[in-house]
Design a protein around this ligand. Structure first.
Ligand SMILES: Cc1cc2nc3c(=O)[nH]c(=O)nc-3n(C[C@H](O)[C@H](O)[C@H](O)COP(=O)(O)OP(=O)(O)OC[C@H]3O[C@@H](n4cnc5c(N)ncnc54)[C@H](O)[C@@H]3O)c2cc1C
Ligand code: FES
Ligand code: FES
Length: 1339
């Protein structure tokens, strides 16, 4: 092989050659792709390997075997220098609008599997990789793939999507599988046509021929900062070379996803160890399996799986499949993982399971040569020196299995009755991985049946626990010693557990310590519990395991023909462009020449004087151009960061910062990376002397009267006479409490803007915002220029969920301010951590209520006091009370009194998050209903039914919003849902299940939702160009909700009324909805509140009416002249000849009868809770939702499913936590867990009710964006029902001591695994054993 001096690689078949000496070795692949190539499909979602937005296919050619290895990698963690000789394929490389889309893109579009589209290119690459690898060795049948449906389901398991709810993505992927019938998949645009877009497995060449000849080793490693030694001796010489040099050994580099500070460290040399044969070897012999340290986890899994006969190895492989996600495992090495655990105490899974397998490691140290030691010893050693190398790992052979036991992975008989057991355990928020474990464990034991002692004897065992907040995985030696020689019995287990509880103790400061310790007990019990009977060999004592059900779904949708193409489930506009990655988001706009980049500096103190801001010893890092603070605001401008609905808010803190996360300054540098790194180096000198204590709770705020005014028309209104209502009650619950934490938007595209100064003091700003008009006003106010000097353009937003209304304004304003000061373009793409810390999220709140009710459960009066944590500024908080009350009033409370205090605290300002206030209001209602049901010991469903509104009571509570009696469809939905979900039969099945299962309990719950929306004044413009193509301007922003699609359908329908022989589909193809431009269409207001699509469609329709009015006389004239039919093109041509104005602007103005209405939906969810671990599986959810006459049922279905899954996150998973200074600490994908494909309902059925004519609605349609989010409460309620069953069971074990078992409990939101487990009983195992022991004694 000839050597060379440059990196050569291909991206989408294009050759790239970079001089090695000019590359900063810490450059990541994503940095290169996004800044130096046109391939912008690779998106930055997290920068830490946790989201999948950045993944690409990496292909490597093996010149000896002459084959190509293709796998996905996260480009945010992959170093550019490490791809020498490789080929990269991105989503636009699979296909695109110019050469034709790939079948994956077409199917994603046709299955309606894209919304904001930001995650979609990453999804496409994941799917492609799965298909490619399935079809590589055995070419599939024509048009289908060898990929099984089960594999297809896992293909996107590590990719996050915040919009779709995953179901359609999985269906799109499954559509390639030969074992799937398209009829069994979800709603799509192919069924009606009878065929799927053609799949040709050999269509994409992932490794271009020219590159095969360029696979060469690099020139003398020592010359560059990046070296790739190919032998141990070369490595040794490099490590020994220039002893003062700082050297970093690199394998997959994925550790920088966790240790992000590593990305910022400067090293003299990077040494890539993946080309050294000793580090990539796989050796199998009778002693065991030796794996080179640079073997990837994926490769290790493959290797261990090949050892089929050794079940222990298969167990280890299965456990490894839950480490991170596939695209991380593909580059993450086993050596890297072990070193992270050894040096930095990373909560590793590998080390735990490998210690239990008695693995050894081979180390090469600089001084002492090579040594072999057990992994357990190695972990206890001081941190391995930077220049020492882990060479390999050996898993010793523990013999070949001859008999498999019923419970455990491996049984070996060394003598007739001796068996070796091995098992691994892991409890994490996501079952398929992509989440660190709360606790992992691996146990091996040698046991024998002992007839004389009538049981199973533990001869020897090894019990390892890890990831629970200690420095390293830990062996429970006292328990091991205790168990050795014992016959397993309940009594022995009880003693072992008590020893274990003293041994497995998380270090101080670890989250959920009690839960983690209880998991240790659970795992020990799961391992040994079944051995308490000698029948265990026959499997007689085992509770049936939960079957791994495949995802399934059904959708019932009616496509309305009346206003066609309105009402049809047509494919979303731009869906294929989103899938291929060609859709342009703000950060994809190429940087103008001279562009600078900004990063925010925020406060980490909740109340402090800012004495100074600067760098240590005034050492300004190279490339930093300045730090902008409020002092830099130009004369005439104001320090304003948001100009919204209520009071304005500051852009930057002034002398005093009033909350952690408050913006203090904007650092400007030559690149985004530099700006982000430098912003972290900025030191702020705070001083708290003389300042009062910050207000960090709503109670303190009330005590100090720190409250925001709520305008009278927005205050919650009482209904009826509460005194009378309470006096009519036969029972009362007084002063009960509920509380909620916050929720982060987790849009996949973080906040971003680009500001470009223009002539005459003007400013053009591209902003990812839901409120361009307000961004515009804010910038003008901040710069002190007339509003006509500012232009804000927004084409599309990569997910908003309310977070890009107010919170987008300071981002755009800071860029505009910096651009104005520096007179250069300035952009920022806020990193995930800063975004999470500064953006606020949902309002936390505390509720105290008293409720009165009759013995049949009919509620007569409800008195509520709500303390809402608004944070530092008003934002949209005064709107919250009406949202809360509106959703609460889904039930007839008899009388309702309602007091909300909007508290001003020293925490970051809270804002609107999809269904703001309504989701909490709806849940409060359910929590009260559940409390009443528990109090009366009546079924919750019955209490719900008793309290559903009649039309009369609905009218009393909601006034005009209630509409006509026929519009009140909730009772209909309630009954229909029961019918189509088989609700009542399933309630019985759940009871039966619970009676016969001890450790798994099920719950089922049916929950209604009522959601009030309002329509706003909305302008629009429709123009017809000379070739007949049509351009539409609406103020609504395409945030993934399908607004453009609905508007296009409306325009096609409305202009189709001209009737000139053009089909609606032909017209559809002529229409383009263009970006929002605040100087072109004014008064755009905000995209939010679920009605912008309707309102924008209506505005466009009114404009079209104007055009039709102008065109009809032209048509008549033309027909008279030609005597024949008139085509659209000839009509427009004639209109142009007659100088008719072909552009109409108009505005939709809702009136009192059209301005407000209620939306209805019902959901039933069934869950299964593992009461040993607290894990919840959502077995099934059925939703029925009234969309009126849906404008586009495919789009609305996506909104319903996506909203529901986002709600699921709120109710079950997402904890947005602060420290004692009010600083958000769940600030990454490591700590903040949104739903993934493995956490959605296994069966997910949605029916869109096509309710009749709604004369006051836009073509009879209703909203779908936010209301369905409320229905996710059904999951939480079902979990509570399951937990209640667990509690009841404990009650039966309590040997008549029923103390402390409260069946009227409130289950907190979110009901995370630790919460569920805590409520099922952290000591459930001990309680059971005690009871069992007691029972036996009594026999
Ligand atoms: C999103 C994500 C989720 C994850 N989830 C889990 C999880 O659930 N469970 C789990 O166990 N792990 C998890 N991991 C950790 C993952 O397994 C490790 O990041 C990975 O194995 C490290 O391997 P690497 O090749 O990328 O190491 P690198 O990042 O290249 O190296 C890590 C460190 O080890 C040093 N090093 C590497 N190889 C050697 C060697 N042979 N000798 C001496 N020093 C060496 C490097 O200098 C560096 O300091 C996760 C990682 C990510 C990014
Ligand atoms: S950006 Fe790389 S995984 Fe999220
Ligand atoms: S479509 Fe997946 S994140 Fe928006």
């Amino acid at each position: 092989m000839k050597s060379k001096t440059s990196l050569v690689f291909a991206v989408n078949g294009e050759r790239f050659e970079l001089d090695l000496s000019s590359i900063d070795p810490s450059t990541t692949l994503i940095d290169f792709l996004r800044s130096k190539t046109p391939f912008k499909s690779v998106k930055l979602g997290c920068g830490e390997g946790g989201c999948g937005a950045c993944i690409v296919l990496l292909s490597k050619y093996d010149p000896i075997l002459k084959n190509v290895d293709d796998f996905t990698v996260s480009s945010c963690l992959t170093l550019l220098c490490s791809i020498d000789g490789c080929s990269i394929t991105t989503s636009e490389g699979l296909g695109n609008s110019r050469v034709g889309f790939h079948a994956i893109h077409e199917r994603i579009a046709g299955f309606h599997a894209t919304q904001c589209g930001f995650c979609t290119p990453g999804m496409s690459v994941s799917m492609f990789s799965a298909l490619l690898n399935a079809d590589k060795t055995h070419p599939p049948r024509s048009g289908v793939s060898n990929l099984t449906a089960a594999e297809a389901e896992k293909a996107v398991s590590g990719n996050l999507c915040r919009c779709t709810g995953y179901r359609p993505l999985v269906d799109a992927c499954k559509s390639f599988s030969a074992d799937v019938d398209i009829e069994d998949l979800g709603f799509n645009s192919f069924c009606s046509k009878g065929e799927l877009p053609c799949y040709d497995h050999s269509q994409v060449c992932t490794f271009p021929e020219f590159l095969k000849n360029e696979v060469k080793s690099l020139d003398d490693s020592r010359k560059y900062k990046w070296s790739s030694p190919v032998s141990i001796s070369e490595l040794q010489s490099l490590l020994g070379f220039e002893s003062g040099m700082s050297v970093k050994l690199v394998a997959g580099n994925t550790s920088t996803g966790y240790y992000k500070e590593e990305k910022e460290k400067k090293y003299d040399r990077f040494v890539d160890i993946r080309h050294i044969p000793e580090l990539t070897l796989v050796r199998r012999d009778e002693k065991g399996v030796e794996l080179g340290a640079a073997i990837t986890i994926s490769k290790a899994i493959e290797t261990l799986r090949e050892e089929e006969s050794v079940l222990m190895l298969a167990k280890i492989a299965s456990h490894m499949e839950k480490i991170a996600s596939r695209f991380v495992r593909n580059t993450a090495t086993i050596g890297g993982n072990i070193i992270m655990a050894q040096r930095k105490h990373f909560p590793s899974d590998l080390t735990t399971i490998l210690i239990a397998s008695k693995a050894t490691v081979k180390i090469m140290s600089t001084g002492s040569g090579q040594e072999q030691l057990t992994l357990e010893e190695f972990l206890q050693h001081p941190p391995l020196e930077a220049k020492s190398v882990l060479l390999s790992l050996t898993i010793p052979s523990q013999g070949r299995s001859s008999r498999a036991g019923p419970e455990h992975s491996e049984m070996k008989h060394s003598s007739m009755d001796t068996h070796l057991l091995f098992e691994t355990y892991r409890a994490a928020p996501r079952p398929l991985g992509n989440a660190l474990a709360f606790l992992n464990a691996a146990f091996s034991a040698e046991v024998s049946l002992n007839e004389t002692r009538d049981g199973v004897v533990v001869n020897d065992c090894l019990l390892v626990f890890g990831a629970y907040g200690t420095r390293h995985a830990h062996r429970a030696r006292k328990v091991e010693d205790f168990l050795a020689g014992k016959v397993i019995s309940d009594e022995v287990l009880m003693e072992a557990i008590s020893l274990l509880k003293d041994e497995i103790v998380p270090d101080k400061g670890t989250s959920n310590p009690g839960y983690r310790s209880s998991l240790a007990v659970t795992f020990l019990f799961e391992f040994f519990g079944s051995l308490t009977t000698k029948n265990w060999l026959k499997g007689g004592c085992k509770e049936s395991l939960k079957p791994e059900a495949m995802l399934s779904s059904a959708q019932q949708i009616v496509e309305n023909q009346e206003y066609s193409p309105v009402g049809k489930g047509i494919v979303k506009t731009g869906a294929k462009l989103q899938a291929s990655g060609e859709a342009v988001y703000v950060d994809d706009i190429p940087s103008p020449e001279n562009c600078l980049y900004g990063a925010f500096i925020y406060s980490t103190m909740s109340l402090a004087r800012i004495k100074s801001i600067g760098f240590k010893e005034n050492r300004v890092p190279e490339g930093v151009l300045g730090i902008i603070t409020y002092k830099d605001i130009p004369k005439g401008g104001q320090n304003v960061g948001t100009k919204g609905f209520f009071a304005s808010d500051l852009l930057f803190a002034e002398e005093v910062t009033h909350c952690s996360g408050q913006l203090i300054a904007f650092l400007v540098a030559d690149s985004q990376n530099l700006a982000d790194i430098a912003a972290k180096l900025v030191v702020i000198d705070y001083d708290t002397e003389g300042l009062e204590d910050p207000i960090l709770s709503v109670e303190e705020a009330v005590k100090k009267s720190s409250l925001f005014e709520i305008p009278p028309f927005l205050r919650g209104k009482p209904v009826g006479d509460i005194t009378k209502g309470m006096s009519e009650a036969e029972h009362k619950i007084l002063g009960s409490k509920i509380s909620f934490g916050s929720q982060y938007f987790f849009y996949m595209e973080t906040q971003t803007a680009l500001a470009v100064p223009d002539e005459d003091n003007c400013m053009l700003v591209y902003s990812s915002t839901q409120a361009p008009e307000y961004v515009h006003r804010t910038i003008a106010g901040c710069l002190g220029v007339p509003e006509h000097n500012v232009r804000v353009i927004t084409r599309r937003v990569g997910g908003g969920f309310g977070g890009k209304v107010m919170k987008s304004m300071p981002v755009a304003a800071a860029c505009a301010l910096a651009a104005s000061i520096m007179q250069r373009p300035v952009r920022t793409y806020v990193n995930r951590k800063t975004d999470m810390i500064t953006s606020g999220g949902r309002h936390p709140m505390k509720i105290t209520y008293s409720v009165g009710f009759k013995s049949n459960g009919k509620i007569t009066g409800l008195d509520l006091e709500i303390l809402l944590d608004a944070g530092l500024s008003e934002d949209v908080s005064p709107l919250m009370p009406s949202g809360i009350q509106g959703a609460m009033m889904k039930y007839d409370w008899g009388a309702l009194s309602f007091d909300v205090k909007v508290c001003k605290t020293n925490t970051v300002s809270r804002t609107s998050v999809r269904a703001p206030g309504d989701v909490q209001g709806s849940y409060i209602a359910e929590a009260i209903i559940e409390k009443v049901a528990s109090y009366l010991s009546i079924g919750v469903d019955e209490i719900r039914k008793v309290n559903l509104h009649t039309y009369e009571s609905l009218r009393l509570f909601h006034n005009n919003k209630a509409g006509e009696p026929t519009e009140y469809t909730l009772p209909l939905l309630w009954d229909k849902l029961a019918e189509f979900s088989g609700f009542h039969q399933r309630v019985k099945l759940v009871e039966e299940f619970n009676a016969s299962n001890r450790w798994r309990k099920r719950g089922i719950s049916r929950v209604p939702a009522v959601y009030a929306v309002s329509m706003r004044l909305t302008p629009g413009r429709v123009s017809v160009l000379s070739d007949g193509s049509i351009v539409v301007e609406v103020p609504g922003i395409e945030i993934g909700q399908g607004l453009w699609t609905k508007v296009k359908q409306m325009v096609a329908f409305s202009l189709g009324l001209v009737q000139c022989g053009t089909t609606s589909d032909e017209l559809l193809d002529k229409i383009r909805v263009i970006q929002a431009d605040t100087l072109s269409l004014v008064q755009g207001s905000v995209t939010g509140g679920s009605t912008t699509s309707e309102a924008s469609s209506e505005a466009a329709r009114i404009c079209c009416d104007g055009l039709v009015e102008r065109l009809l006389p032209v048509k008549t004239g033309l027909m008279e002249k030609t005597g024949g039919p008139v085509t659209w093109d000839s009509l427009i041509s004639q209109a142009y000849q007659q100088s008719i104005n072909m552009s109409v602007s108009n505005v939709y103005t809702p009136d009192i009868s059209t301005g407000y209405y209620l939306n209805y939906g019902v959901a039933a969810s069934e869950v299964e809770v593992n009461i040993l671990t607290g894990e919840t599986t959502i077995l099934r959810t059925d939703i029925i939702y009234d969309c009126g006459k849906s404008l586009n049922p495919a789009v609305d279905l996506g909104q319903i499913e996506g909203a529901f899954v986002q709600g699921l996150g709120f109710f079950m998973l997402e904890e947005y936590l602060m420290n004692s200074d009010g600083l958000i600490v769940t600030d990454s994908t490591w700590t903040y867990k949104i739903p993934t494909v493995d956490t959605i309902p296994r069966q997910f059925n949605v029916e869109i009710l096509n309710s009749g004519h709604h004369k006051n609605r836009v073509l009879s349609s209703k909203a779908s964006g936010e209301p369905p989010l409320l229905l996710a409460a059904s999951v939480h309620c079902a979990v509570r029902a399951a937990v209640k069953e667990a509690k009841k069971q404990i009650q039966t074990w309590s040997n008549n001591n029923q103390q402390g078992i409260d069946l009227t409990f409130d289950l907190p939101v979110p009901a995370t695994m630790p919460v569920v487990k805590e409520f099922c009983g952290l000591d459930v195992v001990e309680k059971y054993l005690e009871w069992n022991i007691h029972q036996k004694k009594n026999i």
